[in-house]
Structure formats: structure tokens, C-alpha cells
Design a protein around this ligand. Structure first.
Ligand code: GDP
Length: 685
């Protein structure tokens, strides 16, 4: 019950990195305060992050706070890094939502907030930047309530405002807390509430009890309610217990305030993490299924259970692969052999590490609730389950979206060419939303990802971590192709003039098919018309044909290829000849299978003041959009639509000019759909 696995979620610039830095500093993990704008913040350990001042990789860090072991999983705020956000939300038990005291709820905090709602993550609210001009705790709490539908429960009130923001009043203990500036906030003094604020503090405490007793229905809160009705004092411990139950049950979210930059309010936030956010045990069970069936299995989140863990991130560095795992149940020791039940492979746990941004500390074991990194795994990728070999379970997987944006990438020198392939492979292993392939027409390497920023960051990493210099082309929409009818085809690769000949002959059928993978291959050849030894060559010939479709050079997806028949020559047949014949056969069949082009559709959400509504709608309607929702939420218009990505290039500039910068939007990949014929003709004549 002494472990807290938490994430910090926020809109970019709300102060997540600064808050994290202060947390590390006050908990004794860091000896020096890092500042984001100096480029030496500890959690932002990748150089690109320091340059851009944003947080990209979910580095996990362990720290101690008053007897609690707190694992902080860093969650990026930018939608381009959905994979990072998804995987961190999947493994954390609670979160701190950081909001800017001036800007309040911003579009991107909404996106992450909803993701956290989906994963049912209990949260604390930290209203940061209370030192800034215009900062207003009550206003932010109100906007959280209105725009995020969250029942915030203020458990503090600020002392002073803007430049005179001095500290906070703890409404549970009813004390004033001040932070000494000379010691960078390290020295905290607890005093009586100043007379001038006493009446207001008492009024706010009344409100706190009022909200709590209305929003939370537990026996502890019933007890609080009884005391309250009888006009008796409520013990702070009892009050905290009630708040804790409400927070874990997602009925309320305790709200605190401070200024991370001015070193105020961070220690009480850490206290609140240990008081109000759940321990792994509070969440009781993790769901999964049997290895070879859908039979549901569960594990209690305790040490005594058999071991189960989820790999949520793979990072490659000079020591090899480092796999971050969240242990759900049981215990795992250094050197033990476990099962990767997702891939049905035996894995040996090399070393186990507690991570602290760039540094790490070796430990012998990890138990239920721990988040650690392990070395020595060979097959495990993000999303895989590791478990006890005698009691296998597959935990629910993380789902990653299809890539939507591509760029051509070209090594600068021939030395770079050699290393580029290797480095792309490592990056793809780390990041499930990054893929690469060779364009068969042009021979160009194409990389694909979730957005421009995403690919740009990967390009920077290639240069820095692998020393590979590359030029990239302009970002393009990543299209796909699929077939719409069944068709047969034949491929012959025969050369019998002079010297040793070539002979491969394959007949196949293609049909639309939604399988587990994008491409399903079945072999129906009977009677030795094609010798067994050539089947893997045929398989790879089919795969390489499907890497580029029929209309343009887009991957073909959602189809099944059945190998029907063929013939061979005892002397001239070879693997090369059969693989080429298979490629020709697929091309032949696909040409008759009525190919269509698929494009990524995005989910667009625009939030705007009412007066710009019609201009924005008019504009959206010129973008082949399908409006899915129009709402008025507390004076703010919300428009949801599904829009092809290709129509959305340059949208931020357009929206800004339509609404004088007062509207915001988010754009997330939704699914692939057929491009209408008249548009396709323009794209591919
Ligand atoms: P992130 O993008 O959410 O990680 O935000 P950062 O921690 O990088 O902060 C964004 C900017 O806001 C930086 O320039 C910080 O120095 C500044 N900042 C962070 N916290 C505060 C604060 O409490 N008060 C003020 N005035 N500025 C802050």
C-alpha cells in the first residue's frame, strides 16, 4: 500500500516538466534545480526535448516521499505522441492534472483528460502558475468543472495572488503553509491562518465538506456527514479518508494550487499524492485472458499471486534493450526465466533496474505494483505480457493506431546509408506508431508516423543517437489500397536462353479479407506441383508485391492471397524464380480485383465562441467533413467532425484567422476509408 504509480498530465506549457523537476528536487532525487528554459531539466533527458522544451518520451522515475515509493511515468501532452500517452495511462494508477492558473482548461488537456477518463484513472488537480498576472484558482476550478465535467474538490486556497502569491491554506488541517524563497522553497513553515483570511478559509472548508458529502457515498463520508450535521468538529484524518475514497472512486478530484516555478506548493502536492491517489492494491485486480482462448483470467494485484507484468516501453541504448515493465502481480527476480505469453517465447530477466530519468539503480526483485526496467529480453516489444511460466495469462493489450503521415527519407552519404536501416529498425522497435518501408517504384525509404512533429523528432534522434544524417521530404498523407472483388492471377518467371535458366510459375487468388493481420496467405497447392522448399520464397514474393499496391505505391491491406497451383522445372527452378513469379501473380490478380484507395480520416474537434460558429462550420463543410456532433457547453460551441487528413493541412492558420485566434482544435487519427473516385482521379490520374 506504499506504492503510487502516477503520471502527470497537462497541456503543453502548463508546467508539467517544472512540476516534475521540483518533485524530484524536494524528494531528494536531484541535488540541483533544473529549469526548462535552461535546457537542463532532468526528466526531459532526450536532447530534442531539452531543445524544444517539451516532454516526449515517457521516462519512468522512482522516488521516495514520506515512506511512499512514488513511480512517476512521464506522459507527453502532444497528440502526435498518442502511443506514449496510451501506454503510460495503461500502466499508471493515478495522475496529477497540471493546469495553468491563467489559461485554465486548454484543448489538449481535454484530449488527455478524456483518455484518462477512458482508463478510469483517479486524479488530483494542480493549478500551477499562481504567481502569474491573471492567475485565478477559482476560475480554473470552475472551468475544469464545466469543460471537463470533473467534480474538483478544492482542498486548499491561495494566500495572496500574482506577484504576492505567498503560499496556501490547507483546508483540512486549517493551517497556512509558506515556502521559503531563500532555500528555493525547501524550507516549509506551517503557521496559523492569518486573521484576514480566517473567515474565508472557514467558509471554504464548509464548502469542501458540502461538496464531499454530496458527491461521495461511502460509510466514511456518512460519518463525516453525521458529525457535520451535529455541528461537531471533523478530525482531519477522517476527512482525508473520506476524500481518499471519493478520489479513488472517481467521484471527486482534490484540487490544489501553487507555483512550481516559484517553488511554492509542490510538497503539499506530494503529500496529496500519498494521501489521495490509489496504491496498486486499491485497484484489486487486473484482467486478462488465457494464452490460447478467450477464457477470462484475473490476477489479484498482490505479491502472493503468480507473476504477471506488462511491457509498456522498449528503449534501446548503449547497453542494449531496456524494457520498462509494470508488475501487476507476484514477484520477479533477477536471472529468472519467465514466459512472454503474447509471443509464446521464453525470456530470461537479466538485470532489474529502478529508473531515475538517465540514471538507474540495480535491484534484485520487483513486486506487484512496481514499475521497473529490465535488461536481457530478446523478443518482448511494447504491449507484451510477461508472466509465470506455470501460470500463463495474457493481459489486455494496448492498441496503437495506424500511421497517417509519411515522408521520404534519404541518407546523406553512403556511410549513412548503411547505418540508416539499422537505426530505423531500432526506432520502430521502441515506437509502435513508427513504421518504415521501401517504395518499390522509386527505391526511396519511406517513414510513417502519427504527425509531423513525431517524424521530425525521430529524424533528430537518428542524427544524435546514431550519427545518421538524412534528408527528409515534405510530409504526405499515408494512403493505403485495398481490393474490392475476388480475382485470380498467374505469374511466370521463365528464362531459358543460354546458360542456366530460370523457372517459376505460380497461380493465385486474391480476395477482400479482414483478418488478424492486414495480409493473410493460404496455401492450397496439392500433389507436389510446387516443391515445398519454394513456399517461403513464394510467401516473401507475395508480401513484397503487397507492399506496393496497384494504383500508386501504397501498401495493400485487408486481403487474402490463396496459392492455388503452379509448376516447376527440375533444373532451372530457384527461390528467386518462385519469389518473382509470386510477385507477378499478385500484380496480375490485383489488376483485376478493382483496387480502391484508402485515406486516413481524422476526428476533428473544434471549440469556439458562438460568434465564429457559422464561419467555422462553413469552412469545415468545404473539407469533405462529416459533422458528428454540435453542442453548446457552458457558452462554448463544440463541433466534432470526421475529416480526411489531406483536407486538414494548414488548418491551424485558417482557424486562427476565422476566429481571431479564439478557437482551438484537436485532430486525432480515427480510421481508414475509401477515397471518393473523383478525388482519387485527381490524386492518381
Ligand atoms: P510543460 O510543457 O507542461 O512541461 O511545461 P514546462 O514545465 O516546460 O513550463 C512551460 C513554461 O512555463 C516554462 O517557461 C516554465 O519556466 C514556465 N512555468 C512553469 N511553471 C511556472 C509557474 O509556476 N509560474 C510561472 N510564472 N511560470 C512557470
Amino acid at each position: 500500500e506504499k506504492i503510487r504509480n502516477i503520471g502527470i498530465i497537462a497541456h503543453i506549457d502548463a508546467g508539467k516538466t517544472t512540476v516534475t523537476e521540483r518533485i524530484l528536487y524536494y524528494s531528494g532525487k536531484e541535488h540541483k534545480l533544473g529549469e526548462v528554459h535552461d535546457g537542463n531539466a532532468v526528466m526531459d533527458w532526450m536532447p530534442e526535448e531539452q531543445e524544444r522544451g517539451i516532454t516526449i518520451t515517457s521516462a519512468a522515475t522512482t522516488l521516495q516521499w514520506h515512506g511512499c515509493k512514488v513511480n512517476i511515468i512521464d506522459t507527453p501532452g502532444h497528440v502526435d505522441f498518442t502511443a506514449e500517452v496510451e501506454r503510460s495511462l495503461r500502466v499508471l494508477d493515478g495522475a496529477v492534472g497540471v493546469f495553468c492558473g491563467v489559461a485554465g482548461v486548454q484543448a489538449q488537456s481535454e484530449t488527455v483528460w478524456r483518455q484518462a477518463n477512458n482508463y478510469k484513472v483517479p486524479r488530483l488537480i494542480f493549478v500551477n502558475k499562481m504567481d502569474r498576472v491573471g492567475a485565478d484558482f477559482d476560475m480554473v476550478v470552475k472551468s475544469i468543472h464545466e469543460r471537463l465535467g470533473a467534480q474538483a474538490l478544492p482542498i486548499q486556497m491561495p494566500i495572496g495572488k500574482e506577484g504576492d502569491f505567498l503560499g496556501v491554506i490547507d483546508l483540512i488541517e486549517m493551517k497556512a503553509i509558506y515556502f521559503d524563497e531563500a532555500s528555493q522553497g525547501e524550507k516549509v513553515t506551517v503557521e496559523e491562518i492569518p486573521d484576514a483570511l480566517r473567515a474565508e478559509a472557514e467558509h471554504r472548508r464548509e464548502e469542501l465538506v458540502d461538496i464531499l458529502t454530496h458527491a461521495v457515498d461511502t460509510s466514511t463520508v456518512d460519518l463525516i456527514c453525521e458529525h457535520h450535521m451535529a455541528g461537531e468538529p471533523i478530525e482531519s484524518e477522517l476527512l482525508r479518508d473520506g476524500i481518499r475514497e471519493g478520489a479513488i472512486g472517481l467521484d471527486i478530484m482534490p484540487a490544489l494550487c501553487g507555483s512550481a516555478f516559484k517553488n511554492k506548493g509542490v510538497q503539499p502536492l506530494l503529500d496529496a499524492v500519498s494521501y489521495y491517489l490509489p496504491a496498486p492494491e486499491d485497484l484489486k485486480q487486473v484482467q486478462g485472458h488465457a494464452v490460447d482462448s478467450d477464457e477470462e483470467l484475473t490476477r489479484e494485484l498482490v505479491k502472493k499471486e503468480s507473476f504477471s507484468a506488462l511491457a509498456f516501453k522498449v528503449a534501446s541504448d548503449q547497453h542494449g534493450d531496456l524494457t520498462y515493465i509494470r508488475v501487476y502481480s507476484g514477484t520477479v527476480h533477477e536471472g529468472s526465466t519467465v514466459e512472454n505469453s503474447t509471443r509464446k517465447k521464453k525470456e530470461r530477466i537479466g538485470r532489474i533496474w529502478l529508473m531515475h530519468a538517465e540514471d538507474r539503480e540495480k535491484v534484485d526483485t520487483a513486486i506487484a505494483g512496481d514499475i521497473v526496467a529490465v535488461t536481457g529480453l530478446k523478443f518482448t516489444v511494447t504491449g507484451d505480457t510477461l508472466c509465470d511460466r506455470a501460470h500463463p495469462i495474457v493481459l489486455e493489450r494496448m492498441h496503437f493506431p495506424e500511421t497517417v503521415i509519411s515522408m521520404a527519407i534519404e541518407p546523406k552519404t553512403s556511410a549513412d546509408r548503411d547505418r540508416l536501416g539499422e537505426c530505423l529498425q531500432l526506432l520502430a522497435k521502441e515506437d509502435p506508431t513508427f513504421t518504415r518501408r521501401v517504395d518499390t517504384e522509386t527505391g526511396q525509404l519511406i517513414i510513417s508516423g502519427m504527425g509531423e512533429l513525431h517524424l521530425d523528432v525521430l529524424k533528430q534522434r537518428m542524427l544524435r543517437e546514431f550519427g545518421v544524417e538524412a534528408n527528409v521530404g515534405a510530409p504526405r498523407v499515408a494512403y493505403r489500397e485495398t481490393i474490392t472483388v475476388e480475382a485470380e492471377g498467374e505469374g511466370k518467371f521463365i528464362k531459358q536462353t543460354g546458360g542456366r535458366g530460370q523457372y517459376g510459375h505460380v497461380e493465385i487468388k486474391v480476395e477482400p479479407f479482414q483478418g488478424e493481420d492486414h495480409l493473410t496467405i493460404e496455401n492450397k497447392v496439392v500433389g507436389g506441383n510446387i516443391p515445398r522448399e519454394y513456399f517461403s520464397a513464394i510467401d516473401s514474393g507475395i508480401r513484397s508485391a503487397c507492399e506496393s499496391g496497384f494504383l500508386g505505391d501504397q501498401p495493400l491491406i485487408d486481403l487474402k492471397v490463396t496459392i492455388l497451383d503452379g509448376s516447376y522445372h527440375p533444373v532451372d527452378s530457384s527461390e528467386l524464380a518462385f519469389s518473382s513469379a509470386a510477385t507477378l501473380a499478385v500484380r496480375d490478380a490485383v489488376a483485376r480485383a478493382k483496387c480502391v484507395l484508402l485515406e486516413p480520416l481524422m476526428k476533428l474537434e473544434v471549440q469556439t465562441p458562438d460568434e465564429y460558429m457559422s464561419a467555422i462550420l462553413g469552412d469545415i463543410n468545404t473539407r469533405r467533413a462529416e459533422i458528428t456532433r454540435m453542442d453548446l457547453e457552458h457558452g462554448v460551441r463544440i463541433i466534432d467532425a470526421t475529416v480526411p487528413l489531406v483536407e486538414m493541412f494548414g488548418y491551424s492558420t485558417r482557424l486562427r484567422s476565422l476566429s481571431q485566434g479564439r478557437s482551438t482544435f484537436t485532430l486525432e487519427p480515427e480510421r481508414y476509408a475509401q477515397v471518393p473516385e473523383e478525388i482519387r482521379k485527381k490524386l492518381i490520374p
